[in-house]
Design a protein. Structure first.
Lengths: 199, 215
């Protein structure tokens, strides 16, 4: 009798554990993402931080890997396959899960360029027709709906993305290709540096 | 006779020189210069949309399509003179020459894309009523009295039709804080403070929503 009770208790505990926040962690294969994006999704080398990203942006990105409108070499090599069979619902599940994780800044840019980067981010360069980033991405680079959060992302990722608009990748993502084509290499370096420190 | 001939020749020389100068200026405006019309037009459209339809970023960027040129010119001057507070547009306004500005506003006046819409649809009827008849019991005049029955505006009074919902809503809620500052005599926007101050947030939202779908 006693034994049965304790067995039942153990079973109940196991069931409780399994049934409880089964939600995102258990029903979504999050681990497939964390191999590259890191265990807490803070990003790793060329794989961007996902933690704290706007969920609409993550969802749109996953679907644009699936339909191949995001087409840079890393997208092709890694994300086309990874997102190939995602339904919109699963993409949304991933997006919400990662958007709710706490994000920490990469802090890996060149500190000496941060002031210049901030001035480009806030004011643009009206003389050379570079528009202000703040109007879409927000005063703290927090993003808005489908527009990505940029604050605290890794310097190398930000830099490559800004360069790649000019190389013809992800051409469907208006208006970014038209914006980035006016940025000089130095301006890209300064922006990526500044943004990597934004909390 | 000789004198007349000389005069004619001088006039001709001046005329030729002037023609070349104008041509050079045209080339500058239309060519690859970052300060020319084409470059500045692309600059505007980066934020305000390829057809001037506006764009919803973190901040809403207003529709310029179909806008009254006089209103655009007046507002860009207002940014420079700090009658209207907007740090981004303050910088932008400084790099537009008067002639480029005139060509830009003329260009946007002639665009007519579909409105982006997007306002909540639950109080559209209220918005229409306030727009057309005002709220006599709250001393709110009809918007149409100045902005016109089709909300196309007139001279320095802006077109409102098809404007982005969050943009109009914010403008209605911020009169006196963002615009009409400095009490300049040619700034008519101060008139909107007493016009709107009796509106509730719900009524403002209804007006902005109604306008956001208007063609």
């Amino acid at each position: 009798m006693k034994r049965i009770t304790s067995k039942r208790a153990v079973l109940a505990i196991i069931l409780a554990c399994a049934a409880n926040p089964l939600s995102a962690q258990e029903s979504l294969p999050i681990r497939n993402c964390t191999w590259c994006h890191g265990a807490s999704a803070q990003g790793y080398t060329s794989a961007p931080r996902l933690a704290g990203q706007t969920h609409r942006y993550i969802e749109n990105s996953l679907l644009s890997f699936k339909n191949h409108t995001r087409d840079n070499p890393n997208s092709k090599q890694y994300m086309w396959g990874a997102a190939g069979n995602l339904s919109r619902e699963t993409a949304r599940g991933f997006a919400v899960y990662f958007s709710e994780l706490p994000a920490s800044p990469a802090n890996d840019g060149d500190e000496a360029l941060a002031t210049e980067g901030k001035s480009i981010y806030v004011d643009g360069r009206p003389d050379s027709n570079v528009v202000s980033c703040i109007v879409c991405h927000g005063p703290n680079a927090e993003g808005f709906e489908g527009i990505p959060r940029l604050g605290g992302m890794g310097h190398d990722y930000l830099k490559r993305r800004l360069e790649q608009w000019n190389e013809g990748y992800h051409a469907a993502a208006e208006p970014m290709p038209r914006i980035a084509k006016r940025l000089s290499a130095n301006e890209i370096e300064a922006l990526a540096s500044y943004l990597s420190f934004v909390r | 006779m000789k004198i007349v001939g000389l005069r004619l020749a001088t006039t001709a020389v001046f005329a030729l020189a002037f023609a070349f100068a104008v041509q050079a200026a045209d080339r500058d405006e239309g060519g690859n210069s970052p300060h020319g019309f084409q470059a500045k037009l692309e600059y505007c459209k980066t934020c305000h949309g390829l057809s001037g339809e506006g764009y919803r970023g973190y901040f809403p960027m207003p529709r310029l399509a179909g806008q009254q040129p006089k209103y655009i010119e007046n507002q860009l001057r207002a940014f420079i003179e700090r009658r209207r507070v907007n740090p981004v547009m303050f910088n932008v306004a400084h790099v537009l020459s008067p002639s480029t500005l005139a060509s830009l506003s003329e260009h946007f006046r002639n665009l007519n894309p579909e409105p982006i819409g997007g306002g909540p649809k639950d109080h559209m009827a209220l918005g229409k009523t306030i727009y057309e008849q005002g709220l006599p019991e709250s001393n709110v005049p009809a918007c149409s009295a100045c902005h016109g029955p089709e909300a196309k505006g007139h001279e320095e009074i802006p077109r409102l039709a098809g404007q982005l919902f969050p943009y109009t809503l914010k403008a209605l809620s911020y009169w006196g804080k963002e615009r009409g500052l400095g009490g300049s005599r040619d700034d008519t926007s101060a008139i909107m403070v007493p016009t709107t101050h009796n509106l509730t947030h719900e009524q403002m939202s209804a007006i902005a929503a109604y306008l956001s779908y208007m063609k």
